[in-house]
Ligand binder design. Structure first.
Ligand SMILES: Cc1cc2nc3c(=O)[nH]c(=O)nc-3n(C[C@H](O)[C@H](O)[C@H](O)COP(=O)(O)OP(=O)(O)OC[C@H]3O[C@@H](n4cnc5c(N)ncnc54)[C@H](O)[C@@H]3O)c2cc1C
Length: 557
């Protein structure tokens, strides 16, 4: 007999584990979360800053957007990327990125992207999880083993300090335990893709940067020498905290044998600026995706399922979207109206997005480490000037995909998902920067403002939503009754606004609890019960796996 029992066990209290716990709690679904650290973000994490539009839409739904704004990077500071040889050295070029306040509101979403360092964001998630009171959070508990049988998973936990062993019995276990995932390794699921290189990041406090008068104002400085890009400095809090990272190291870096101080001085271009090194974190840059996101009753989400170069800021954002896809499915199963087939659909839906997003990040990184045209970057005189100008222009143009990512963030779609019903319409272009809204099944349900000031996105989340557009006689009762018959929550909402009807393009559009379109039509299908069963995964044999057409090379780790 296990010591503890829960329906859903989440392993790992990073942003993805916390996001999953929060989305479950938002739906009224309890879970247990175990984290080996003694608390959330116990150190100054040298990690994510950029929260992109889909993540911010989710934060808005969770009711934490104001906190993210309050504790995030000041909204009035510019986000420019400056390309240079050091903060006081030669200027190569810049990509102008407006402050959050100045940036125009994209018409496709009710929100703007934000910047909020992970050492603030993770605690915001943890506070909200705790406030909702449905998650049994257990810090200082490390998963060391687990066994699955026909009816559930038994996980073994160890308290690193005391060495006490606890067992937990659950229906499903979700491994949000990061890139080194014990769960993925124990399941024997390979990481496919490629290693890029090694890095080390340092969080530093710079006391008075103004004293050296940086060549240009920016949020991010990408540093070049004759060897190409060698480092970056990112302003983390809009005050004194910066993150310095080494770029392009082919060898693993051991912080104990590596003196990062001279590198930071090289980045500053001065020996006269006082700074404190607050934390040093070595990490590996890779483009890897797990061969499957599911094995039996164990699911992978976040960095345990995919790793991306931080170039583009897709890692955590992709992981949080995994969590949102998975949360409604687990909630449906635990509530009794969803079937196990949903979890097979999770793998089929999210794995291609992991492949797509980590590829975009790697393309961006390829532009950083393209050494062409760097030889004379430090040379004084006309040859050096010409080199710097050409390099600056190349970076400005080639890094557009990194700074403008609305297409990556909102344009993912679930092709070939067995719980999405295609309507024969063609997909929109999958462009990293440009995003065209569409209510084609499999895509994110579009945003349109309603007369009462809400967004269409505010209608979604708690169960399925059937949108019925103005001037249609469409009868919806049969579908509503078919959902009722299996206990699937489904609300019918009439929309009067022409602008919304134009984007949604059909009289009836059925949106899933995660805000993706599941089905649309001008009339109901002949067999509504069959449609409802499709959407709750009842037609999927459990053994179906993700599309093997997506198989990549082994990740070499
Ligand atoms: C320099 C840098 C900049 C980045 N910038 C961005 C950005 O701007 N935007 C973005 O989206 N992403 C960014 N990322 C990536 C982002 O930080 C990660 O994608 C994100 O942290 C992954 O979240 P996660 O919860 O999946 O995993 P993690 O954050 O790794 O969390 C895993 C958690 O699991 C716990 N754990 C591990 N094993 C066990 C176990 N056996 N038992 C119990 N607990 C366990 C760990 O202690 C940890 O708390 C950046 C990364 C780096 C390195």
């Amino acid at each position: 007999m296990a010591d503890l029992r829960t329906g859903i066990l989440i392993v790992g209290g990073g942003p993805v584990g916390l996001g999953l716990a929060l989305d479950l709690a938002w739906r009224g679904q309890p879970s247990m979360l175990v984290e080996r650290d003694p608390k959330t973000a116990p150190v100054l994490l040298a990690k994510a800053n950029g929260l992109h539009e889909r993540t911010i839409e989710t934060c808005r739904r969770w009711g934490i957007l104001n906190k993210v704004i309050e504790r995030g990077f000041p909204q009035d500071l510019p986000g420019d990327s400056v390309y240079c040889t050091s903060l006081t050295g030669h200027f190569l070029g810049r990509s102008v990125i407006q402050s959050t306040l100045e940036r125009p509101q994209p018409p496709q979403t009710p929100v703007k992207r934000q910047r909020c360092p992970q050492y603030e964001f993770d605690p915001i998630l943890a506070e909200e999880v705790q406030r909702r009171g449905l998650t049994d959070i257990r810090y200082g508990q490390e998963l060391i083993d687990f066994e699955e049988d026909e009816t559930g998973v038994t996980a073994t936990l160890k308290a690193p300090e005391m060495g006490d062993i606890t067992t937990v019995r659950c229906n499903y276990m979700v491994a949000c335990d990061g890139a080194g995932s014990l769960a993925r390794r124990k399941l024997g699921i390979p990481f496919e893709g490629r290693m890029l290189d090694f890095s080390v990041s340092a969080m530093i406090r710079i006391h008075d940067l103004g004293s050296i008068k940086p060549i240009e104002d920016g949020e991010r400085y990408i540093l070049f020498g004759p060897e190409g890009a060698w480092g970056s400095m990112v302003w983390v809090d809009g005050d004194k905290i910066w993150r310095f990272s080494i770029v392009g190291n082919q060898e693993k870096i051991h912080p104990s044998h590596f003196d990062i101080e001279p590198e930071i001085r090289r980045a500053l271009g001065s020996d006269d600026v006082a700074f404190d090194i607050l934390r040093i974190m070595p990490w590996r840059r890779s483009q890897c995706v797990a061969a499957s996101y599911r094995k039996g009753r164990v699911l992978l989400a976040g960095d345990s399922a995919h790793t991306t170069s931080p170039t583009g800021g897709h890692g955590m954002n992709t992981g949080l979207a995994d969590a949102v896809d998975l949360a409604w499915m687990l909630d449906a199963i635990e509530s009794g109206w969803g079937t196990d087939g949903l979890l097979t659909a999770y793998d089929i839906e999210r794995r291609p997005v992991g492949v797509r997003n980590s590829a975009s990040a790697a393309r961006n990184y390829g532009n950083w480490v393209d050494r062409s045209g760097c030889t004379d970057v430090l040379t004084e005189g006309p040859a050096g000037d010409a080199c710097r100008k050409a390099l600056g222009e190349r970076l400005q143009s080639s890094l557009q995909e990194e700074w403008y990512t609305l297409g990556v963030e909102l344009g993912y779609r679930y092709e070939n998902s067995p719980i999405i019903v295609p309507d024969g319409s063609l997909p929109t272009a999958d462009d990293p920067s440009d995003y065209v809204q569409t209510a084609r099944p499999g895509h994110r349900a579009p945003h349109a403002w309603l007369a009462d000031g809400r967004s269409t996105l505010d209608l979604f989340g708690q169960g399925f939503t059937l949108l019925r557009f103005r001037d249609t006689e469409a009868e919806a009762g049969q579908l509503v009754r078919a959902a009722e018959a299996v206990g699937m929550p489904l609300q019918l909402i009439d929309i009067r606004e022409d602008s919304a009807a134009q984007i949604y393009q059909r009289a009836l559009v059925l949106v899933r609890p995660d805000g993706q379109v599941a089905w649309r039509g001008d009339t109901l299908p002949r067999d509504c019960a069959y449609l409802i069963d499709t959407l709750r995964g009842a037609h999927i044999p459990s053994a179906v796996g993700a599309s093997r057409a997506m198989t990549l090379e082994p990740c070499g780790a």
